[in-house]
Design a protein around this ligand. Structure first.
Ligand code: ATP
Ligand code: MG
Length: 365
């Protein structure tokens, strides 16, 4: 049956473990939201991940990849399972293939303290944490994935930074800082996180950021060494806005960021390229709690809000941006009025959390 012309196709890849649980919860929240805003979302569920590999011999078939690539956006749960590995012993991670094959260079990871959710720092200013790590996701040290050389006596991996990708990453980061500035009513700041004091590749990266910065005079711009940033993210995370960085640094700092604001269950993410984007929680499949019904769906719900906002930016219309803002607000309102998921010591499971958020849709002032 043909879809109505204003309906967007969302490829849903639930994946493994709690990935399937948090995506189901998220779709349950999107349904009333879509109805209220008059937006059409048609979901196409696709199978990929570790259990798919076990059952079919491939983690993501070519057909699945193509269907996902043809969709207007991709919503992904999480993939991988400790006991299911490829023949060479590496993890099953088709989500990494999506990043590389679709050129999703900007890994956007917002970290925001939600009302009522405990933060890791006692300083009251920690309630103002609202920063975004932009992790370059196609090169850096991950360029070396599957390419490193290992002999009996030596192992070697390659760090690659290219001008083309770095320029795109920089423009993306400055653009994001402008959008956030408009929303928050204050000047945006881009702080590149690197190790330019030791590696030429990072001095090269700094140079490119400085060139691009010239086109964004309204955005403040600086750079910080990654070791100093690790310290400052614990000492004064409220001081930062947009933090673009190399792939591996972004991987590590993202977990630190999640730790600041309540844990992995609160960390959404988007992998964005020029034409495609994948939205998924920053966490993994959590085998330790899979099947128990206590996974926190918040990270995935917030990722879905990012998806709606991205679709709006791609021309889907203001209704999508409004729906995104309302979904964010509904999450805030649910936690502000007592929702307590198990990962922060509460009693609310996956379905209860989704229900609490859905109940806030349509009740905004
Ligand atoms: P990956 O390799 O994919 O990054 P990981 O091994 O780092 O995965 P996660 O699956 O992210 O690990 O889980 C790390 C810890 O956080 C586990 O103890 C898990 O139970 C917990 N956790 C992760 N996501 C959630 C969630 N949504 N709700 C509650 N707890 C979670
Ligand atoms: Mg991890």
């Amino acid at each position: 049956m043909p879809l109505p012309s204003n309906t967007l196709r969302i490829a849903v890849l639930p994946g493994d473990g709690i990935g399937t649980e948090v995506t189901a919860a998220t779709i349950a929240v999107l349904e009333p939201l879509a109805k209220r805003h008059g937006i059409g979302l048609a979901y196409e569920e696709l199978r990929a991940g570790a259990f798919c590999y076990r059952d079919t011999g491939t983690a993501m078939s070519e057909e699945t990849f193509e269907s996902a690539a043809k969709a207007d956006a991709i919503l992904l749960g999480a993939m991988g399972w400790p006991e299911i590995r490829t023949e060479d012993g590496t993890e099953i991670a088709p989500q990494l293939d999506l990043r590389f094959r679709l050129n999703l260079y900007a890994g956007v990871r917002p970290f925001r303290a939600l009302p009522g959710v405990p933060v890791a720092l006692a300083d009251p200013r920690a309630r103002d944490i609202d920063l975004v790590i932009v992790r370059e996701s196609t090169e850096g040290l991950f360029f070396s994935r599957d390419r490193g050389t290992v002999t009996h006596d030596m192992a070697e991996e390659t760090l690659r930074i290219t001008r083309g990708v770095t320029e795109k990453l920089a423009r993306f980061s400055f653009g994001l800082a402008q959008q956030r500035a408009a929303r928050r009513g204050r000047q945006g700041t881009v702080t590149l996180v690197d190790k330019a004091n030791v590696f030429r590749a990072f001095a090269f990266m700094r140079g490119i950021f400085a060139e691009v910065a010239a086109s964004y005079p309204d955005v403040a711009h600086g750079a910080h060494y990654v070791d100093a940033m690790a310290l400052d993210l614990v000492r004064k995370p409220w001081a930062f806005d947009v933090l673009p960085t190399e792939n591996m640094f972004g991987d590590i700092l993202s977990d630190l960021g999640a730790g600041l604001i309540g844990g992995m269950g609160f960390a959404p993410s988007a992998d964005i390229g020029d034409t495609h984007a994948v939205f998924q929680p920053a966490h993994g499949t959590a085998p330790d709690i899979a099947g128990t019904g206590i996974a926190n769906p918040t990270a995935t719900i917030l990722s879905a809000a990012m998806m709606l906002d991205w679709l709006a930016g791609k021309g889907a219309g203001q209704a999508y941006a409004d729906a995104a803002a309302e979904l964010d607000a509904a999450v805030d309102a649910a936690f502000a009025s007592g929702l307590r998921t198990a990962d922060i010591g509460g009693q609310d499971g996956t379905a209860a959390a989704a229900k609490a958020v859905a109940a806030r849709i349509g009740s905004a002032p």
